[in-house]
Design a protein around this ligand. Sequence first.
Ligand code: HC1
Ligand code: SF4
Length: 573
Amino acid sequence: NVTLKINGIEVTVPADYTVLQAARQAGIDIPTLCYLKDISQTGSCRMCVVEVKGARNLQAACVYPVSEGLEVFTNTPKVRRSRKVTLELLLSNHERKCLTCVRNRNCELQTLAEELGIDNISYEGERNQYEVDDLSPSIIRDNNKCVLCRRCVSVCKNVQTVAVIDATQRGFKTTIASPFEKSLAEVPCVNCGQCIAVCPVGALREKDNTDEVWDALADPDKIVIVQTAPAVRAALGEEFGLPIGTPVTGKMAAALRRLGFDKTFDTDTGADLTIMEEGTELLSRIKNGGKLPMITSCSPGWIKFCEHNFPDFLDNLSSCKSPHQMFGAILKSYYAEKNGIDPAKIVNVSVMPCVAKKFESGREEMENAGLRDVDIVISTRELARMIKQAGIKFTELPDEKFDNPFEEATGAGVIFGTTGGVMEAALRTVAEVVTGKELPSIDFEQVRGTEGIKTAVVPVGDMNVRVAVAHGLGNARALLNSIRNGEAEYDFIEIMACPGGCVTGGGQPIVSARVQMDVNLKAERAKALYQEDKNAPIRKSHENPDIKKLYEEFLGEPGSHKAHELLHTHYHA
Ligand code: HC1
Ligand code: SF4
């Protein structure tokens, strides 16, 4: 530890802290813009400048290390003037359409303007004009609102190792763009949306599909069925002021009903179905000398990353469609048949924590008998917007259940939404199916937690199954390279494109850099899901009564011909 003085007050902090962290501990917020914990720490935006005793120039607090006896001043006239000039210059080249901006009232630039007391912009001058890139099915980039913080560049390059965006040109002409000014739709962007999640302003946003949902809801000829992904319930409440990590499953079901959906189902049911199919596939690959390791295929950002960067692993992908696609296919077949509904009248809407799901649902593989498995995908943020637009007071809603059938999915289904969850759900089922015996404990702690790559050897009957879990594409790349190079061998791998898994997907509520200094988003949201799992009356996918019935009445066995027709696909180069 070291002791320093901030604004004359002594504070003792760990020796590896920056001045920014030390001030935060002392209860003083230093404004930041380009800084984002674990992602971006360059001091380039100059918003966090402070005076350091003995130093001639102002110093960037986010990179300035603490030291014994250091004296720092965060609020002198010189500091305030410098920050204000920096911010006014930024604002003068910013399209200030706050009222119609998707980030209105959740914008770090707006907050800074308020906190720094900007009441006039004295540098009104020439402004760059850019065309909005809206060709991607998932992401819209509007450089007129970009503040050049480079947080998106950093997450895309360093965390995801996709690197399809970077700063181009110099000086006043600097922009963030893809090579040759191409659209994100024309480069190997995987649609993960992590760039949206880190953007402090409205320069990056999801493609909004809520109008299509409103239109379907208003059409008396359509039967509009909604399903919500496991991770949505762990974060939707944040949009309505509830603390991070508050599960809102019951209120969410109530809100969806009030929005006018004809049926409200839970993607967790699809997740249980996926486990039945994927578990069967794994056992068959192990027994019959099929391609190993088998790798999970529910994360569409990961699938696209694999197609672009690891085509030699495409046969390792499980042939299972992702849970919401499987469930969509079941709704337009089994459910339609059973209820005498013309499947062509069904509009399947998926609410996902993910923007890559918008891309996935449009893939040619994702259909049956000429009907799309899923028709419209909206993100958690878009659902929150719809609820607000409908004037529904979310926090005052009663807790309601999903609709019948598929009313109650299992705890295994719900943990799909966090890294390690698919693996744990699969192990619960595979181990019991193989041995025919109940497991003494179904908590696979080895694959939980936010470590980038987790590995374990799990006894399943008389086999030892070697498993690995990676989240974030940089970790996936490292794991796959170790297999390519012959340094490691596994039987079964879970990969999720987003760091943290779906709970921190690119479609989830956006949390400011300041809040993220103190809160581990991944862990807090995951807790909500583990809590729901723990309280679930049924915690194993193969014990889900609706899924059992689905096999009895319709699909036959897991891996049956019919199951393959509806629920599986093949990704090829
Ligand atoms: Fe996910 Fe999945 S867990 S991919 O992370 O397998 O998006 O939540 O819905 O489909 O179930 C996302 C989450 C989600 C699918 C499931
Ligand atoms: Fe990079 Fe993902 Fe953003 Fe595409 S969506 S630009 S891959 S961070």
